[in-house]
Design a protein around this ligand. Structure first.
Ligand SMILES: [Zn+2]
Ligand SMILES: [Zn+2]
Length: 129
């Protein structure tokens, strides 16, 4: 099922759309690392990894300063990590896993394993394991 999603920054200066062949093309994850604490000003980061062809290249809105996406240098031509909350209907691509669970706040529960019908939600203590 093809999916067309739209997103924007707080002030709407940046508006973008994502075209996915199916929801499987997006990998939404929570990240509990310290870097995400600061970047998201919250106790976790929440991004959706999507193919780069979606053309999201700007990281911040130069008007309101809102944070739209991030990407690693090596994979800059392959993926973008779109900030989940910038999408108008983020629930179309629900979380599939969590990274850096060892830094999870005690008051924050895990996403239940059976949250998704099709595949189990993963929980990684670090980023690679
Ligand atoms: Zn803006
Ligand atoms: Zn992180």
């Amino acid at each position: 099922m093809a999916l067309h999603l739209q997103g924007r920054c707080v002030c709407k200066h940046i508006q973008y759309s994502l075209d996915l062949e199916s929801p499987d093309q997006a990998r939404t994850t929570l990240c509990h690392c310290k870097s995400c604490h600061h970047a998201f000003r919250a106790n976790h980061g929440l991004t959706a990894k999507v193919p780069q062809y979606n053309g999201v290249t700007r990281e911040f809105c130069d008007n309101c300063g809102d944070y739209i996406c991030e990407y690693g240098e090596e994979a800059a031509d392959k993926f973008r990590y779109v900030v989940w909350g910038t999408l108008d209907d983020p629930d179309e691509i629900p979380p599939k896993g969590e990274f850096f669970c060892r830094y999870r706040d005690e008051w924050m529960p895990e996403i239940p394993d059976e949250y998704l019908d099709t595949n189990y939600v993963f929980h990684k203590q670090e980023i690679k394991e």
